[in-house]
Design a protein around this ligand. Structure first.
Ligand SMILES: *Cc1c(COP(=O)(O)O)cnc(C)c1O
Length: 229
């Protein structure tokens, strides 16, 4: 059995090695630990090992875990909502999470902005882009991303930080890099338009190397840290 600490060490080594290969500073890639389906005790263990950013997909599960971890005394955690949000589920997201990676339409962004309690500070958001055009996939079409980003950036309760994408598994490493590069190119285009973005949320357990090669600034890693779900 590999301990949680060893798994975190291994993933941090993978990130550092790939940064070195890509000529990037390892400090330029954040590790988001995706704790979905794992209990608050697993988060508390990871917290004890120094991890502070956690991602949850299912809103109610996430809220329960946020409260449980607070009760356990795990302070200073940054909670990221990385799952789909229906418009009737925006309030628990706005009132409990620090970040949302999955904004893909204006209506959701407007509700999150209106429902954000001022004392919590701005909700940090990424726009999810359907970068490879999967028919049934979440995310705004790349061609519509700039218009949505401008609208989201203007909302008072939110701070737009960047883009997020979940490409389909690619047949090989080069293809994986190419699809992540498409997301990076879109991010660059938004920045060139004047949007103040610093986050490109790309890469998971299986494809974090390709994502880092393409320019990811935040990898969302679940199974490589906590085990299979
Ligand atoms: C589950 C999930 C992850 C983590 O996936 P792993 O393959 O377990 O690393 C990352 N991002 C999103 C959006 C997810 O739903």
């Amino acid at each position: 059995m590999t301990s949680l600490q060893e798994k975190f060490d291994l993933v941090r080594q993978r990130i550092a090695l790939q940064c070195q290969r890509s000529g990037r500073d390892p400090a330029s890639v954040a590790l988001l630990a995706v704790s979905k389906t794992f209990p608050s005790g697993a988060v508390a263990q990871a917290w004890a090992a120094g991890q502070r950013a956690f991602g949850e997909n299912y809103i109610q599960e996430g809220v329960d875990k946020i409260l449980a971890c607070r009760a356990l005394g795990c302070e200073g955690i940054q909670w990221h909502c990385i799952g789909p949000i229906q418009s009737n589920k925006t309030r628990p997201v706005a009132t409990h999470f620090d970040w949302v990676h999955t904004v893909d339409r204006l209506k959701i962004a407007q509700r999150l902005s209106e429902q954000r309690p001022p004392e919590m500070g701005l909700l940090q958001v990424c726009i999810q882009v359907n970068i490879d055009g999967g028919a049934n996939k979440a995310g705004v079409a790349p061609a519509d991303a700039l218009a949505l980003a401008r609208q989201v950036a203007a909302l008072p309760g939110l701070r737009l930080r960047g883009l997020m994408a979940i490409p389909e598994p690619a047949p090989d490493y080069a293809a994986a890099v190419a699809v992540h590069q498409a997301a990076k190119a879109l991010w660059d285009a938004l920045r060139a338009d004047g949007l103040d973005l610093d986050t490109l949320s790309l890469g998971m357990s299986a494809d974090l190397e390709a994502a880092i090669a393409a320019g990811s600034t935040l990898v969302r890693v679940g199974s490589a840290l906590f085990g299979d779900r």
